[in-house]
Design a protein around this ligand. Structure first.
Ligand code: ZN
Length: 217
């Protein structure tokens, strides 16, 4: 098989509501936040891991393409007509004829404009990230119990997006760009990160370009 072209999609991810993507080791601080957002180990700035967006795009496309598995696992049918397996890779299947995973998403780092906003809040001693108190209601007595303190990236924050799509000769007659476009559009209608059903994680893609040319969802 031969790599025919590499397509690069860039843009920004804008948070329209507070976003919570938790770190893998969420430590509980006494009297602090139970649930901090993931931060870059070097810059300590929040970011959106490429794997979070990719996982969401995949699960959205599994729903749209009728590929949701009864066991809750990602699709690994490896059928030649399954664009989910072709673009994202057949989950945990080592032997198949689809070729390499077509899409990679880089970690989306904070956009310069947002970084400047965050610097201002650090300078004046306030916090750029917001803390949202989530109560669970004890339905027997109707009162709130166990408040949880969730850290969130506030609405308006922007992160830089880069998606790389490899097109091989065996993708002839398949519109993988359109598949990625549908996936992005579908994430806008859903959410990123945790607590989507509570309204968290609504995002919008801005200034999308495909190889430098305007790219409409
Ligand atoms: Zn599949």
């Amino acid at each position: 098989m031969k790599l025919e072209k590499v397509i690069v999609i860039t843009g920004q991810i804008e948070c329209q509501t507070g976003l919570h993507i938790g770190g893998s080791e969420e430590t509980i601080e006494i009297g602090g936040i139970d649930n901090p957002v993931i931060k870059h180990p070097v810059t300590k700035e929040p970011y959106i891991p490429g794997s979070s967006l990719k996982g969401k795009m995949r699960s959205q496309m599994e729903k749209l393409e009728g590929k949701v598995q009864p066991n809750g696992e990602p699709c690994n049918c490896a059928e030649s007509d399954c664009l989910v397996c072709r673009v994202f890779g057949p989950h945990k299947r080592s032997s198949h004829n689809l070729g390499p995973t077509r899409m990679l998403i880089r970690d989306a780092m904070m956009n310069e404009e947002t970084r400047e906003e965050m610097k201002k809040t650090i300078h004046d001693g306030s916090s750029y990230l917001e803390i949202k108190v989530e109560n669970t209601i004890d339905r027997k007595v109707g009162t709130a119990k166990h408040p949880r303190y969730q850290e969130r990236v506030p609405a308006g924050a922007k992160f830089d997006l880069e998606i790389v799509l490899q097109i091989f000769d065996l993708d002839k007659n398949l519109d993988l760009v359109d598949f990625v476009r549908k996936a992005l559009k579908s994430v806008e209608k859903s959410y990123l990160g945790g607590s989507g059903s509570r309204g968290y994680g609504k995002i919008k893609f801005l200034n999308l370009k495909k190889d430098g040319e305007d790219f409409e969802l």
